[in-house]
Design a binder for this molecule. Structure first.
Ligand code: FEO
Length: 398
C-alpha cells in the first residue's frame, strides 16, 4: 500500500518480510526495496524493486495513477534488488523514459535487452523538470557500485539516496520517527559495515556534496526514510566513513575442545579489569553470523583473534570470518593472535600472518597453548587483554 511522503510523493515499494539471506547478508529482520512515485505535471518513478515483486510495485502504482501516465523511471542503482523489476516495469509503461547515467545504462545492458527501451542518459549537469518540481542528479561512484547515483528533488528538499543511509529491516512503518532510533541506527550500522565500508573515501566525498544541498528528507532504497533524525544518520556515516574507533575490543575465536575458549575468557577478563569505559565483546565465530562480526568490527579499536589448530590450519569458520573482514577493508586495528594446538601449532600463527598482511598493529606476540593452557599461559592471555585495553582506550581517545 502506498505511503505519502509529501503531497504528490509516495512510497510504492515492497516490504520483504521473509528474506533472511541477501547474498550472504544475514537479513534477520527482513528488508524493503523502496520505490517512490512523484506526481506533478509529469510523473516520475524513482527506482523499482527486486524482480519477483514487480507485480506488487505495479499494483501500488495503479492505486495512484494509470501506468500510461508515468513519464520517467529513474534508475539510481542497477543492482538487481532495485533494478531487476525494470524489465517487467518498462513493459507496462508505454510512455516511460528511463533516466540513468551512462555507467548505469551499460550495467543494465548486461542484465536486460534494453533495445526497446526509451533511455535518456543524464549527467550531474542535467535537470529534468516535472512541472513544479525538478529532478537533479548526483553521481556517487562506488557508493557502492560504479554507476550509483542520487536523485535530488530540489523544491521538496528530498534526496533519493538509493542504498546510502539504508537499513535492512522490514517494518510496517516507513519513517524514522515511527521506530526506535537506536534500532534503526544499529541496522544502518550493520548495513554500512557489510556493504559500504570499503568505500569510506567516496562516502566522505558524497557527504561533502550533500552539505551543499538543502535536505529535509532522505528517501533511501532500503528501510526507513529519514525525516527527523537526519543529523544523527549523517553524523554516524561520517564517523563510520572516517574509521573512528570506539573504546572496544572484539575477541573472535573458535575452539575445538575448550582450550582456545579458555584463552578467550582470560583475555576478556584481563581487558575488563582495565576500565568500565571499554566494551569488550567475545564472539564465537561459529555462533555468530559474518554480518554480526563485520558490524562489530566496524568501530572496534582492537581485535584478539584465536583459533584451535585443525589440519595445520585455523578453524574454517575463523578463516571465513577473516576472509570476509579482509574484503571489507576496515580501518586498521591493534591485533593479538592466540590459539591452541596438539602436535603442530598453526591456528594462532596463521592469524598472526593475516594480521601482518593487513598491516594491523601487532606488537603483541602470538600466544600458543599446547593441549590445555597452563595457568601461567592464561595469565599471559589476561596480560594481553590488558595491553589491548590500553591500546583501545588510546586509539579511541579515551
Ligand atoms: Fe540495495 Fe546495492 O543494492
Amino acid at each position: 500500500m502506498p505511503t505519502e511522503l509529501k503531497p504528490g510523493i509516495h512510497w510504492v515499494g515492497y516490504v520483504d518480510w521473509n528474506v533472511r539471506d541477501f547474498h550472504s547478508f544475514d537479513t534477520r529482520h527482513g528488508a524493503t526495496y523502496n520505490s517512490y512515485l512523484i506526481q506533478d505535471e509529469k510523473t516520475a518513478l524513482i527506482d523499482t524493486v527486486k524482480g519477483p515483486f514487480a507485480s506488487q510495485l505495479l499494483e501500488n502504482l495503479r492505486c495512484l495513477t494509470e501506468l500510461e501516465k508515468i513519464d520517467y523511471v529513474v534508475c539510481n542503482h542497477a543492482e538487481p534488488d532495485h533494478a531487476s523489476a525494470l524489465g517487467e516495469v518498462m513493459k507496462h509503461l508505454p510512455n516511460g523514459t528511463l533516466l540513468c547515467n551512462e555507467k548505469c545504462r551499460n550495467v543494465l545492458k548486461g542484465y536486460f535487452d534494453i533495445s526497446g527501451w526509451n533511455i535518456q542518459v543524464v549527467t550531474p549537469n542535467d535537470t529534468v523538470s516535472l512541472g513544479h518540481r525538478t529532478l537533479h542528479f548526483l553521481n556517487t561512484p562506488m557508493v557502492h557500485w560504479p554507476e550509483s547515483m542520487f536523485t535530488y528533488l530540489a523544491e521538496e528538499k528530498i534526496l533519493f539516496s538509493m542504498d546510502a543511509f539504508g537499513q535492512h529491516m522490514a517494518t510496517s512503518v516507513r519513517f524514522d520517527d515511527e521506530w526506535p532510533l537506536h534500532e534503526t541506527l544499529l541496522e544502518a550500522k550493520s548495513y554500512y559495515a557489510n556493504i559500504v565500508t570499503p568505500y569510506g573515501r567516496q562516502v566522505l566525498q558524497v557527504l561533502d556534496a550533500a552539505k551543499t544541498l538543502d535536505i529535509e528528507m532522505i528517501a533511501t532504497s532500503h528501510g526507513l526514510i529519514w525525516r527527523k533524525y537526519l543529523q544523527e544518520i549523517l553524523t554516524a556515516y561520517h564517523a563510520w566513513a572516517s574509521g573512528k574507533y570506539e573504546p572496544k575490543i572484539l575477541i573472535l575465536y573458535d575452539s575445538m575442545w575448550e582450550s582456545t575458549r579458555m584463552m578467550a575468557d582470560a583475555i576478556l577478563s584481563g581487558a575488563m579489569d582495565v576500565s568500565p569505559k571499554l566494551n569488550v565483546l567475545p564472539l564465537h565465530v561459529r555462533k555468530n553470523s559474518l554480518t554480526r562480526i563485520a558490524t562489530e568490527m566496524l568501530d572496534t579499536a582492537a581485535v584478539a583473534a584465536g583459533s584451535a589448530t585443525l589440519n595445520m590450519q585455523m578453524m574454517p569458520a575463523m578463516a571465513a570470518a577473516l576472509t570476509y573482514v579482509r574484503g571489507l577493508k576496515f580501518a586498521k586495528k591493534a591485533g593479538f593472535a592466540f590459539g591452541s594446538y596438539g602436535w603442530n601449532s598453526a591456528g594462532a600463527n596463521r592469524i598472526q600472518k593475516w594480521f601482518e598482511e593487513m598491516q594491523w598493529e601487532t606488537s603483541l606476540a602470538p600466544v600458543n597453548a599446547n593441549w590445555r593452557p597452563a595457568p601461567s599461559l592464561l595469565e599471559q592471555c589476561a596480560d594481553a587483554g590488558r595491553v589491548l585495553a590500553a591500546k583501545a582506550l588510546e586509539m579511541s581517545g579515551q
